[in-house]
Design a protein around this ligand. Structure first.
Ligand code: GRF
Length: 204
């Protein structure tokens, strides 16, 4: 069994999709060991409690980045987490945190990176007038929204869209993409060559 550690700050719909997929056996060999939020009132924590998962609030308010990161990493290690999944975790990780889990931290971002990193990516893409956007699941490195890409899903921008309808369709794809990426990483049949994740060719 591989232990997932989920970090979130808000409503937690990506976490919920992962939890549903784990419960349905769609991420073989995975269990959610702990769900941690830096925001004690995050909706995702309430959902996680209802699901009977181990839940921790580690408030970041008033703490220096690395001090908070040390508390989070200690909790992840205590719960023997193999893979850290950032799911709407609104904190930049310190380089020290990243080094504690080399190639073992994933993030989801609501754009086709490297376009539109940072906050409100769907709004940025919509305002720019792109015809295609989507979402990206990537390994976390020391730069924001930057590490090697594991899965991307494209979403066509419709003439009838506003930023909310576009964000909603991107979110549907996020809920599929994250579990797909976790499966790929846990299965381990890939190499990262430079920035590229290259999957092993399986015989048909
Ligand atoms: C998602 O759009 C995700 O891509 C971004 O933050 C949002 C989190 O949503 N990183 P939720 O909390 O998973 O519902």
């Amino acid at each position: 069994m591989k232990n997932l550690g989920i970090l979130l700050s808000g409503r937690g719909s990506n976490f919920e999709a992962i939890a549903n997929h784990v419960a349905a056996g769609k991420i073989p060999g995975a269990r959610i060991a702990v769900v941690i939020s830096n925001k004690p009132d995050a909706g995702g924590l309430t959902t996680a409690k209802k699901l009977g998962l181990t839940v921790l609030a580690i408030p970041s308010k008033g703490l220096a980045r690395e001090e908070h990161d040390r508390a989070v990493v200690a909790a992840l290690k205590e719960h023997k987490v193999d893979l850290v999944c950032l799911a709407g975790y609104m904190r930049l990780l310190s380089p020290w945190f990243v080094q504690q889990f080399p190639r073992r931290i994933l993030n989801i971002h609501p754009s086709l990176l490297p376009a539109f990193p940072g906050l409100e990516a769907q709004e940025q893409a919509f305002a720019y007038g792109v015809k295609v956007s989507g979402c990206t699941v990537h390994f976390v490195d020391e730069e924001l929204d930057h590490g090697p890409i594991i899965v991307q899903k494209a979403v066509t921008v419709l003439d009838s869209d506003d930023e909310h309808t576009l964000a909603a369709r991107i979110l549907e794809q996020e809920h599929i993409a994250y579990s797909e990426a976790i499966r790929i990483v846990l299965e381990g049949k890939y190499q990262v060559v430079g920035r590229k994740l290259v999957r092993a060719v399986t015989a048909k």
